[in-house]
Design a protein around this ligand. Structure first.
Ligand SMILES: N[C@@H](CCC(=O)N[C@@H](CS)C(=O)NCC(=O)O)C(=O)O
Length: 334
């Protein structure tokens, strides 16, 4: 039996490159298998859901969903832990990972499928990854199908003309806050990557490739761009910093983005789902945000709330959560 994992994924998929970046960092032997048409049958043999990434372990066990994949591997591969060792910092790190996965994905999906240059570039990119050996004509068929299908999905992530400014404003604010935070450190929690990095980075990586957000990122965020580059092949450069050290510039991200947008949105999503509503509208920092409720997000909010509930000693965590406005959202029952 080999000791090599296989990642069925694709370069335009943030959750796929997330798992690859993690495995590269940990030195876990792996093959990157692009889920192209000719690999589809093999992919379908392992994948329970038609989603990438799908990781196949050396014993042929298949895993899906990037966060649990990383958590499972983290238990097995203890060197270069992405846990900081401080339970309070690790909770904040998990919270930021969740923000990146769920809210950061809105930045990415919105830009990718709203603007024509981004739509066209992505459709071409996906077609060339999916059908590397196809004729020009066959590929253009896939591109046309994607150009028709994907913009219609913007509604599912809440991107519309009404929310455009809010989503783009959040992206630009995140860039400003990250630029401050990453000016003097390599990763979000110091000199080595933590769980949070594997949530924030993948979306930024895709955004740094798609033409419209790329222009924004090139307009004055050099530390963020270096970080995006660094996380492609992450390496431990130093140690984790204390939460106290991190908070002056990490705190505003928690306050403005996580407590200001992500948690109230996620809470409203969970409530709408529980009430069986078709769509929901929530006021976020004074602006209305509407979308169709999504099960996955409600589940992952619940996981965070349960994790918070299970923490025996919250004495150093609660003041940080309270100060940044996150606490009240985590104390609620799902
Ligand atoms: N929560 C999942 C999300 C996975 C996901 O949404 N994957 C997208 C690509 S980024 C997908 O597979 N979409 C359907 C497709 O590409 O066929 C994870 O973290 O792995």
């Amino acid at each position: 039996m080999t000791d090599t994992y296989r990642i069925f994924g694709a370069e335009p998929s943030p959750y796929s490159v997330k798992v690859r970046s993690y495995m590269r960092y940990k030195g876990i032997p792996h093959d990157w298998v692009v889920r192209s048409m000719d690999k589809m049958e093999e992919f379908q043999r392992y994948a329970k859901l038609p989603l990438i990434p799908c990781v196949v372990a050396p014993d042929e066990t298949a895993m899906q969903d990037s966060t649990p994949i990383i958590e499972t591997l983290e238990e097995k591969f203890s060197d270069l832990s992405i846990m900081t060792g401080d339970p309070a910092a690790d909770f904040i790190s998990a919270l930021i990972e969740e923000y990146g996965d769920e809210w950061g994905n809105k930045h990415m999906f919105h830009y990718r499928w709203t603007y024509e240059p981004d739509q066209k570039a992505t459709a071409k990119w996906i077609a060339s990854e999916t059908m590397p050996n196809a004729s020009e004509e066959e590929r253009s068929g896939i591109e046309t199908m994607l150009l028709d299908r994907m913009p219609k999905r913007l509604f599912f992530v809440g991107s519309s003309e009404e929310t455009l400014e809010q989503i783009e404003g959040s992206f630009k604010r995140l860039l400003r806050l990250l630029e401050d935070h990453l000016r003097n450190r390599e990763y979000l929690f110091g000199g080595r990557p933590a769980m949070a990095d594997f949530g924030i980075w993948p979306q930024l990586y895709e955004l740094s490739i798609d033409p419209t957000p790329r222009k924004v990122m090139l307009s004055g965020f050099p530390a963020v761009l270096e970080y995006v580059e660094r996380m492609i092949f992450p390496e431990a450069i130093g140690e984790f910093e204390t939460l106290e050290n991190l908070m002056p510039t990490l705190g505003p991200i928690l306050e403005d983005e996580v407590a200001g947008l992500f948690l109230p949105w996620s809470d409203a999503n969970a409530k709408a789902l529980a009430a069986g509503e078709e769509s929901f509208t929530v006021s976020l920092q004074g602006q209305e945000f509407s979308q169709k409720p999504q099960k996955y997000h409600a589940r992952s909010l619940n996981v965070l709330r349960e994790r918070y509930g299970r923490m025996a000693d919250k004495s150093s965590l609660d003041p940080v959560l309270e100060r940044t406005g996150c606490l009240k959202w985590l104390k609620l029952e799902g």
